[in-house]
Design a binder for this molecule. Structure first.
Ligand code: F6R
Length: 259
């Protein structure tokens, strides 16, 4: 597990975008796992810039989003379908048939979740998974107590997540309490994982994920079991790490120079 601490959110976003671009450039038909929320907005902005100014090519890339609120149609401004098109897909040359986002209006959720897993496998598995982290340590919508072996399924969101995400919804509009999410087991099968976190509100969850025990009470801690997981943090999100100096020491003394 690697921990990269950037001075600012902008620097963090650019560092993460370089990791995504490296994957896409080395494998033009790469399969990316993508997250929504406020954290990856800077990453997506930088990927759009790289596409427009540097020719980063997404024409053969496939994507799978982590999650979607149950009951929101793709045209709903708070749906993750809408978010992804507004903030990334409408601005790059990705083929619409290569975009996969859980369907939140599927009649038979169980069958849908199984078919989502099958589609990931049919594309050859996820090469690089992008994650954010909830203030309760969730990845995707794998809330505390989710099985670390879980697969794509419906989850009931915690009150803490509903409160955290209420800021995206209009006054009086209810945050859906169910979501379809890839499981922790699904996420851990990605060949490489990058988790982005910004702000002091994430510092405790981040410290527990990196330095605490592996536990279903902080599902991001499962990344400790992954061979190619990197945390991209800004200073505020790194604020509660006890090993922070060591992580910075590692980055400053990488064999062959920092890369
Ligand atoms: C979203 C997702 C969630 C978010 C997390 C942090 O697709 O999977 O795990 O990454 O809730 O959200 P923000 O970035 O809004 O703080």
């Amino acid at each position: 597990m690697e921990v990269i601490i950037s001075k600012t959110y902008d620097e963090l976003s650019k560092a993460a975008a370089k990791a995504v671009a490296k994957t896409v450039n080395s494998k033009p038909n790469a399969v990316l796992g993508l997250a929504t929320g406020s954290t990856p907005l800077g990453l997506y902005k930088e990927l759009i810039r790289m596409h427009k100014e540097e020719g980063l090519d997404f024409s053969h890339v496939a994507t799978f989003n982590l999650d979607e609120y149950v009951g929101l149609r793709p045209s709903h401004p708070q749906s993750y379908h809408y978010f992804m098109h507004e903030n990334l897909f409408n601005h790059i040359n990705i083929a619409p048939h290569n975009v996969h986002i859980p369907s939140a209006t599927a009649g038979n959720y169980r069958a849908f979740c199984e078919s989502y897993e099958k589609s990931i496998a049919a594309c050859g598995g996820i090469d690089l998974q992008v994650l954010g982290i909830g203030s309760d340590g969730h990845i995707g919508f794998n809330e505390p107590s989710s099985s670390l072996g879980s697969r794509t399924r419906i989850k009931t969101l915690t009150k803490q997540t509903l409160d955290d995400n209420a800021r995206f919804f209009k006054d009086g509009e209810k945050v859906p309490i169910y979501a379809i999410t890839m499981g922790v087991g699904t996420i851990l099968e990605a060949r490489e994982i990058i988790l982005l976190a910004t702000g002091a509100g994430k510092a405790e969850a981040v410290a527990k994920a990196i330095e605490g025990p592996v536990t279903s009470m902080n599902t991001a801690s499962a990344l400790q079991l992954h061979r190619e997981a990197t945390f991209y943090l800004d200073e505020a999100a790194a604020g509660k790490l006890e090993m922070r100096e060591y992580f910075e020491w590692i980055q400053a003394n990488k064999p062959g120079g920092a890369a």
